[in-house]
Design a protein around this ligand. Sequence first.
Ligand SMILES: Nc1ncnc2c1ncn2[C@@H]1O[C@H](COP(=O)(O)OP(=O)(O)OP(=O)(O)O)[C@@H](O)[C@H]1O
Ligand SMILES: [Mg+2]
Length: 310
Amino acid sequence: MEPIVEIKSISKSYGDFIAIDNATLNIEKGTIFGLLGPNGAGKSTLIKVLSCQSRPSSGHAFICGLDVVSDKKEVLSIIGIVPQENSFYDDLTVNENLEYFGSLYGVPITDIKKRSHRILDMLQLSQKSNSRAGTLSGGMKTRLNIACALIHKPEVLILDEPSVGLDPVSRKALWDTIKAVNIEGTTILITTHYMEEADLLCDRILIMNRGKIVIEGTSGELKSKVGERIIRITSMSGDYHAVKSNIESLGAVISCDIDEKGIKITLREELPFEQILEIFASKDEKIKNIESTRPSLEDVFIHAAGEAWH
Ligand SMILES: Nc1ncnc2c1ncn2[C@@H]1O[C@H](COP(=O)(O)OP(=O)(O)OP(=O)(O)O)[C@@H](O)[C@H]1O
Ligand SMILES: [Mg+2]
């Protein structure tokens, strides 16, 4: 496999504050790569470094072998950036916006016209090609924002939280759009706070926390790192402190947390329920409900945000 994005020991500081702390990562060509992490983790900072908007304090990053600092102009010509705020002009029509962005990148007008047609078709915006951008719905504006980033045929499309504020139908349409762009051969780097989105869309997922890379892999790999199974129990008394330490001492138990929904036990492998039930019985705690599930990406995220893997 061929890395299209190479991040080598990148750090970024603002004064004494370290926003990215020695990150190293490869993204393979053709993947949809998800960048996850709590607020302030350093996702947008990393995206700014990769898209030449911010210089790293140390380390190097390459896109298609081009250095994001010393080959800035070339890098900008092969990446498309979809910032969180819309970058198009409300007063121009959809077509005029694409012409404007195409000419910014030096795309010949005949190519702009051909590509606009294809892009608008793919993003299902053809019917709005002569409408003023300001009159589009929120979901359509998001798609136009993406269209403007695609007009110069980038190798890598970078999207920073593109689905914020979209309703579930528009979000689904956005996923279809991103998949369609990816199928055409574009590598995708996307940040999101929606776990479902990352799970459904991304081939690989990276979780950052406080500037550091915590974990990277496929969604399945990340989930299996948390554990094999999660058991939630609620008791009649709602007091779990008496049983917690006994449960934690069971061999297969990875973690045992009390939260607003009861006690949550993460297991390495299938553990007979009886062993857990016996602990509740021995403490005279009556069980109200038991639920057994596989770990979700949200469990992985919470685990990573809690720095349990540091
Ligand atoms: N120009 C700047 N000057 C000083 N600190 C900055 C600057 N830009 C970012 N930071 C800090 O770097 C840290 C990482 O910010 P960043 O925007 O990368 O987080 P993020 O992971 O994108 O978070 P969110 O999910 O909230 O978008 C934050 O603590 C932020 O305050
Ligand atoms: Mg951000």
